[in-house]
Write a protein that binds this ligand. Structure first.
Ligand code: GH3
Ligand code: MG
Ligand code: MG
Ligand code: MG
Length: 317
């Protein structure tokens, strides 16, 4: 563990350093004023935002900035708040001792320093620091796990685009936003043509690969930050296009249809083409006050049905 000894007296840092080394602490840094102590701490901040220093022995009386002010600054800084500070004080400075503890110091030791007492206090404070580090590591693990879990609960396992559950959340939000801003909101319903036949001809594994490829082909067309795609069900995808009118939605739908076609995935049992194609229903509306989002969903679904009955591999609105 790394210990930083701060004292304006070089003989004092040498004495403290010597005692600590004698007790087996090898990583000891020294600073002879508060400002360079703060600089040493800054330089030792790691990638995770934590300081590499585990304990500070801080003299109180120093020129320029005293140990109490330095401690106050450390305890107000997220990066250094958890680094324990042991104040080193002259024996009869009771008033400054009180201020030191007030400033956030964890313990104190009187000068002239008693070797056994110093080592005992250092050991006890370092045990505390180890516990803090363990707790932080656990918290970080938990945070990462929670984040991963949240991501998984929003994602379709096969294609990695958002799932239906996430779609419902995003759609609700976008609908309310469009209604509030009096802006158009567009939906595309995308369905792979003759996909049952594709599975029957090429098998489910190639069916799964095809679904992934189609999902990617949809994603590459969507460029604006608010655009959103989800797997709506089996071989059906839904796209939300905020601030997009009907002609705009049809344009994007055509780009998606073309992008899927250019994947050139063989589909011998399709009667629409000799490769995999999609049918797309596009709809856009400026939500009226008190109108719910269901109408737009029905409209895009109706348009998709039209695209299917009109021969597939096409966009209808
Ligand atoms: P249409 O052109 O009218 O859309 O015909 P279709 O065959 O695509 O439509 P239908 O709804 O009859 O069939 C959908 C097929 O999609 C049936 C199902 O086996 C397949 N499917 C759904 N989910 C998956 C999946 O996760 N993987 C694979 N391989 N196939 C899937
Ligand atoms: Mg001093
Ligand atoms: Mg289909
Ligand atoms: Mg379908």
């Amino acid at each position: 563990m790394k210990i930083l000894v701060v004292d304006d007296s070089r003989s004092q840092t040498m004495l403290l350093g010597g005692i600590l080394r004698g007790a087996g602490y090898e990583d000891i840094a020294e600073a002879h004023d508060a400002v360079s102590a703060l600089r040493t701490l800054e330089e030792g901040v790691g990638k995770n935002g934590d300081s590499d220093v585990d304990l500070i022995l801080m003299d109180i009386v120093m020129p320029e900035m005293d140990g109490i002010e330095a401690t106050k600054r450390l305890k107000a800084d997220d990066r250094f708040r958890d680094v324990p500070v042991i104040m080193v004080t002259v024996r009869d400075e009771v008033a400054s001792l009180e201020r030191a503890l007030e400033a956030g110091a964890n313990d104190y030791i009187s000068k002239p320093v008693n070797r056994l007492e110093l080592c005992a206090r250092v050991r006890s404070v370092l045990r505390l620091k180890e516990e803090i580090d363990r707790r932080k590591a656990r918290e970080r693990e938990l945070e990462a796990l929670t984040e991963r879990l949240e991501q998984l609960s929003n994602q379709d396992g096969l294609t990695s685009v958002s799932n239906r559950r996430r779609f419902e959340e995003v759609y609700e939000k976008e609908w309310l936003r469009a209604r509030r801003d009096n802006m158009p909101l567009a939906l595309l319903m995308i369905d792979i043509d003759f996909f049952k036949a594709f599975n029957d001809t090429y098998g489910h594994l190639r069916g799964d690969c095809c679904l992934k490829a189609v999902a990617e082909a949809i994603c590459t067309v969507l460029k604006r930050p608010g655009d959103f795609v989800a797997r709506f069900g089996g071989e059906e995808f839904v796209v939300i296009l905020p601030a997009t009118d009907e002609p705009g939605a049809v344009t994007i739908a055509e780009e998606i249809r073309e992008n899927v076609r250019s994947l050139d995935i063989e589909h011998a049992s399709s009667t629409a083409a000799d490769h995999v194609t999609v049918s797309i229903g596009a709809a856009s509306v400026i939500p009226r006050v008190d109108q719910g989002g269901k109408a737009l969903l029905l409209a895009s679904d109706g348009a998709l049905y039209q695209a299917k009955t009109n021969g597939r591999n096409r966009v209808e609105k």
